[in-house]
Design a protein around this ligand. Sequence first.
Ligand code: CMC
Length: 377
Amino acid sequence: MPHDFMPGLAGVPAATSSISDVDGQRGVLEYRGIRVETLCSKSSYLETAYLLLFGQLPSTTEFQRWVTDITHHRRIKFRIIDLLKSLPEQGHPMDALQAAVAALGMFYPGRNVKDVENNYWSAVRLIAKLPTIVAAWARLRHGDAPIMPRDDLGFSENFFYMLTESVVPLLWDEIFDDCLILHAEHTMNASTFTGLVTASTLADPYTVVASSIGALKGPLHGGANEEVVVMLQEIGTLDKARQYVEHVLQNKKKLMGFGHRVYKVKDPRATVLQELCRRLFKECGSSPLYEIALEVEAAAGTMLKGKDIYPNVDFYSGIIYDKMGIDVDLFTPLFAMSRVSGWLAHWLEQLRENKLFRPDQIYSGEHNRPYVPIDQR
Ligand code: CMC
């Protein structure tokens, strides 16, 4: 049966899912039916991860067990550290993360994906260990020894500790935790779809997550958060913002951190992130990048009027991380550290009624071509 070809599979459902939903006209994002703004104000990243994976908010006992399990699986093997040490320090952290996650699967075989108990522990290990890998890489490439996780610290608190060897102000933990909630899941995006395709072959979850990390890296997807800060730094001063936007649009280039396949209004995550920026700057002083970003948004608002192109999640997140002193090329790994819970939720959902992804194509080449010997070509 012939089908219409939809470039980028735009608007083509790839799965039925009860994990999250986007209303792109109203700018609403829900995880398991709960609005993301509500989760930011009332929940924590780990509780949200539980909700995504298991479909319900945990009871007190379930939550205690979940937090304990994650906390006790944060450490990484010294061979993973050795692997990281052997990679070129100028390489991109997303590549280091992808290599380390693929290697985790050799230490914790998860090939029997019909084993529900084993799948639970794979999910725990991946959510627990990604921050440890990111922090270890961030230190190793500067010649510093990795710092082992501390069981007495919460998820976000511990991440900063492993990164900086210090315990940061409570406000930073709260803001960072909200950033993790906002990035945890987003329906059928490129990295989730990539993970689903891998999952449908019944590959182990480490391979699933490693393939998703590869897709997230690209600048049209998660890599945009890094590109936004580079762009804002390049603009440099407030007075150059408008001219910069004009130049980008006149040359038919894309403004990084703007536009979305599904949202036709401002991404609700960008709105929450702006509020987080304001909270952070009230305590720690403003950021010139934020002022420039506001000017870029205003200029783009005028120049892109009627095109339904607004800031997306990647526009304001990097400004927060930059203010917290995190290296720009770690922004996309932070996205992965959070999105791993969404990827795993889709992995578990896919396994329940698995069907191998094997789409069709529309062949546009020739048939019955003669083979021409090399001396006659
Ligand atoms: N700046 C300027 N013009 C844009 C932009 C932008 N950021 N995004 C879309 N457009 C224009 C595009 O030029 C095209 O115009 P025309 O119809 O005149 O040729 C039209 O809008 C449709 O663009 P498209 O690229 O075909 O649409 P899409 O649905 O494939 O775009 C997107 C989605 C996210 C790839 C795109 O908006 C983009 O490249 N944005 C910049 C990169 C970015 O911020 N990515 C993060 C996405 S959100 C988080 C995530 O997924 O990680």
